[in-house]
Ligand binder design. Structure first.
Ligand code: 5RP
Length: 214
């Protein structure tokens, strides 16, 4: 799958135009995209990054990283996904960067999603749906997720004693056991739960272009 990820990432470089500020996602597929971007860094103005991890890698390559607030609308966002259905609805957040990823996707005219073939599914839901929550609301949100979906939320941990903490200081619940018939409806419903910061469904704003590395 490593080669498939690299090929998808390389192919996404065709959407990068001179002078652009490029939105950059997070993950192992995006890491290849960042390596490719480094080769053409003199052609672009810079990037907006979706995570501390990507920011570090971009800066290590000498690529400028701007604050989204200072650049407004972006032309292009390139990011990976954990699952993608035929309508380009996505599950994202396996790398815990879903909130900034969703913000940048919303701020971008074109969202190019880069995946290896294992990410393609007919129906979303086999991959546990990540939900970023404010820490004090974790139990409430978990109960609501059970009530509303029948799924099983699992608190994401780094190890037995340490919770995963997102770049925004929040926690992640991974919702298991779903078969998502209507991704946009589910995203809308789960967005209403108090304490939910971001649902890892990207259906209200899906990807525009899917590149599958083969
Ligand atoms: C991070 C994400 C990633 O895009 C997703 O987890 C895919 O990662 P990878 O390219 O490593 O398979 O949503 O929050």
């Amino acid at each position: 799958m490593t080669e498939a990820k690299r090929l998808a990432a390389e192919s996404a470089l065709q959407y990068v135009e001179d002078g652009m500020i490029v939105g950059v996602g997070t993950g192992s597929t995006v890491a290849y995209f960042i390596d490719g971007l480094a080769r053409i860094k003199d052609r672009i103005k810079g990037t907006v990054s979706s995570s501390e991890q990507s920011t570090e890698k971009l800066r290590a390559h000498g690529i400028e990283v701007f604050d989204l607030n200072s650049v407004g609308q972006l032309s292009l966002y390139v990011d990976g996904a954990d699952e993608c259905d035929p309508q380009r609805n996505l599950i994202k957040g396996g790398g815990a960067a879903l909130t900034r990823e969703k913000v940048i996707a919303q701020a971008s005219e074109k969202f190019v999603c880069i995946v290896d073939p294992s990410k393609q599914v007919e129906h979303l839901g086999a991959f546990p749906l990540p939900v970023e929550v404010i820490p004090m609301a974790r139990s409430l949100v978990a109960r609501e997720l059970v009530r509303l979906t029948g799924g099983q939320p699992v608190w994401r941990m780094k190890d037995e004693a340490t919770a995963v903490v997102t770049d925004n200081g929040n926690h992640i619940l991974d919702l298991h056991g779903l078969r998502i018939a209507d991704p946009a409806a589910l995203e809308t419903k789960l967005n209403q739960i108090p304490g939910v910061v971001t649902v890892g469904l990207f259906a209200l704003r899906p990807a525009d272009i899917l590149i599958v590395g083969k």
